[in-house]
Design a protein around this ligand. Structure first.
Ligand SMILES: *Cc1c(COP(=O)(O)O)cnc(C)c1O
Length: 399
């Protein structure tokens, strides 16, 4: 392959927003000598819970661990069913499988790509124990409807809020609405600690169970949390997991949390710039947020009107990549993956809206460190690409 010397630098799909403050905070932890879970972790938990407006924050090693521990604390296990949207990352359903339960996929609302409450209702059986709404891209799900379904059918709600920090639903931050909310601090998420996760809950008993299970089921005889100091005496209450957080992660998290609103404002400005640039282009559909809600704008999911274009989404992505803009797709619906077909018998065609929208969605770069110049370059690249592929309406109608 011949390498061009004139290629412009690619705009990556994501760059984390990390500065000298984070470097200093981590250096302090290294100097302190307490690397794993200790006082900084507990401080981060208090601050995080206070920020979203929940009674407890339980910090864990990943968003996936947060989902797993929530399902465990909710008592979900073998023989149970849990409803999960097919448009999500595989972790949402895998956590269900790891407590021995069965993930029941459901379709999404084409307006938001979030789980459709009507389809959730249709999939409830006597074995259903819980629903996991996923706030895709940070765009809040219809929580009133979902909470009402849960109340009527006596189901638990575990929110997958891996994208939803900070997202607002009728004035309340996601994390303060339902019984369990699971956040991820993975490298590409809106707050990062490299890897990490958090559960917020108001349920004292569930919080205690998750604190126990995140570190081998160890309980100290003085009632304090393992990591509080270096007392050696403890007892083993359960067969727990190794899902604890570390003070290195907490140091990053505390600094990132303080910037959380400013980072959201920066993403929100980019989202509004995109929407005003693309709103009038008839081959594009801009994302919509449901009424009285605010997105974290973790993702900006643009959709293509394929009937106005001479090629599909993959060609669009390829053309963008040639122009030096790395885009992505969220997500390949779970039922199109080999594993879910093999293990649960799902087939292409099972979820109409998830598939239709998957074929035409594109995630554009959106992060605070994107410069104004880069944003304008991305906008020009999108406009140029759809112009290259444009099919005038009269021709499209005849085809
Ligand atoms: C990232 C992500 C997770 C898992 O989070 P990890 O911290 O990577 O384990 C779960 N659900 C969704 C929708 C995600 O995007």
């Amino acid at each position: 392959m011949i390498k061009s010397h004139l290629r412009i630098a690619t705009i990556p799909f994501h760059r984390p927003s990390l500065g000298e403050d984070e470097v200093e905070a981590v250096a302090d932890v290294i100097r302190s000598g307490t690397l794993t879970m200790g006082q900084r972790t507990f401080e981060f938990e208090r601050r995080f819970a206070g920020y979203v407006g929940a009674r407890h924050g339980v910090a864990v090693s990943s968003g996936t661990a947060a989902l797993h521990l929530s399902l465990d604390a909710a008592g979900v296990g073998p023989g149970d069913e849990v409803i999960v949207p097919t448009t999500t990352f595989t972790a949402t359903a895998q956590a269900v499988i790891r407590v021995g339960a069965r993930p029941i996929l459901c379709d999404v609302d084409p307006a938001t790509l979030n789980l459709d409450p009507d389809d959730v209702r249709r999939r409830i059986t006597t074995a259903t124990r819980a629903i996991i709404p996923v706030h895709l891209g940070g765009n809040p799900c219809k929580m009133r409807e979902i909470l009402e379904i849960a109340r009527q059918r006596n189901l638990r709600i575990i929110e997958d809020a891996a994208h939803a920090l900070p997202s607002r639903y009728f004035g309340k931050l996601i994390g303060s609405i339902s019984e369990f909310t699971c956040f991820s601090f993975y490298a590409t998420k809106t707050l990062t600690t490299g890897e990490g996760g958090m559960i917020t809950t108001d349920n004292d008993e569930a919080a205690a169970r998750m604190r126990l299970m995140r570190l081998h089921g160890i309980e100290r005889s003085d009632g304090k949390q393992p990591g509080s100091d270096d007392s050696w005496r403890y007892s083993i209450r359960e067969a727990g997991f190794k899902y604890n957080f570390t003070d290195i992660q907490a140091a990053l998290g505390i600094v990132q949390l303080a910037k959380c609103d400013a980072m959201r404002d920066a993403r929100s400005r980019i989202a509004h710039r995109y929407t005003s640039a693309f709103g009038a282009i008839d081959s594009l559909e801009t994302p919509s947020v449901i009424e009285n809600c605010e997105s974290s704008w973790h993702l900006y999911i643009l959709r293509l009107h394929l009937d106005r274009l001479s090629a599909g989404r993959d060609t669009f992505l390829e053309r963008m990549s040639r122009k030096g803009v790395a885009c992505s797709v969220h997500f390949i619906p779970l039922h199109l993956h080999d594993f879910y077909q093999r293990a649960y018998g799902y087939r292409p065609g099972d979820f109409r809206w998830a598939e239709t929208e998957f074929r035409r969605c594109v995630s554009l770069p959106i992060y605070p460190d994107l410069s104004g110049e880069e944003v304008e370059y991305i906008i020009e690249s999108v406009k140029q690409t759809v112009a290259e592929l444009y099919v005038p309406r009269s021709i499209a109608a005849r085809a």
